[in-house]
Write a protein that binds this ligand. Structure first.
Ligand SMILES: [Cu+2]
Length: 268
């Protein structure tokens, strides 16, 4: 009985670590990464499970050792101790160090992604072809800046329920909300950003095509709202279409013409 219990104690951390390694090796449950900083963000995600796994194995091993060592009949009784300042300090310091490690390890990645409106000098040369992405109950609406490249004037045009972006291009746009809090989520871009009413939050993405779509020149990804934002939350399931640059330019010209024709092509 004792051996069986001991075996189970050993089995739990071994299976825990095995599932962790197996999941990572198989790329599960991480979605496809087509983002410029996706690898770094995944690395940050991996850090916490690994820390948890090592702590888990250590604690299980300690438990197994205690179980093994003190399970024999011993003449001495267990002693209840209350309050050990030194041990409490150690037990507080270890999680604090781990939390600081998590905090500092992500600083470089976030600085690299750069959520500032103006890109670092020399890094991004082209102006963003997208002005704003509006969330509302209950659709997503992209506002393109038109021919002058400046959002907020009369040559802007809109496209509903879809964000269309050029592939392998740095795109910066303002995320906005018309009504309540929403959360923009595109798992393949490793992008999750809250949209707040009254705020224009700059978002930078650089998306690629799925390897299988390289020849076709176009990929589609789910664009979701990750916040239960009201009765129409389910309607905020849209898509991001990533197009090769030449296809995107053609799409942009057609979308612009369609917007300003005011439906004239359908009346013919
Ligand atoms: Cu929502």
């Amino acid at each position: 009985m004792r051996s069986l219990a001991f075996l189970l104690l050993i089995l739990v951390p071994v299976l825990g670590v095995w599932t962790c390694v197996w999941a990572q090796a198989g790329g599960w449950p991480t979605p496809l990464d087509v983002a410029r900083f996706g690898g770094q963000i995944d690395g940050l995600f991996d850090l916490v499970p690994w820390m948890a796994a090592i702590t888990f194995v250590g604690m299980e091993a300690l438990l197994a050792w205690v179980f093994f060592k003190y399970s024999r009949r011993r003449p001495d009784k267990a002693v209840l101790t209350c309050g050990d300042h030194k041990r409490e300090m150690v037990c507080s310091a270890i999680p604090a160090v781990l939390l600081l490690l998590i905090a500092f390890s992500q600083m470089g990645t976030w600085a690299g992604i750069g959520l500032e409106r103006d890109p670092p000098e020399g890094e991004y040369s082209s102006a963003s072809p997208i002005g704003e992405l509006w969330a509302s109950q209950s659709d997503w609406r992209t506002r393109y800046p038109g021919r002058d490249g400046q959002p907020g004037n009369s040559d802007d045009f809109e496209h509903a329920s879809e964000l269309v972006v050029p592939a392998d291009t740095d795109v910066v746009f303002d995320l906005r909300s018309r009504d309540v809090d929403h959360v923009l989520l595109v798992p393949e871009f490793r992008l999750r950003q809250r949209a707040l009413p009254g705020h224009a939050i700059p978002v930078r993405i650089r998306a690629g095509l799925r390897p299988a779509d390289a020849e076709r020149g176009e990929s589609s990804y789910d664009l979701l709202c990750a916040e239960l934002c009201g009765w129409g939350h389910f309607k905020l399931a849209a898509s991001v279409r990533v197009m090769r640059r030449d296809r995107f330019d053609q799409w942009l010209a057609e979308a612009e013409a369609r917007w300003f024709s005011n439906g004239a092509e359908d009346a013919r």
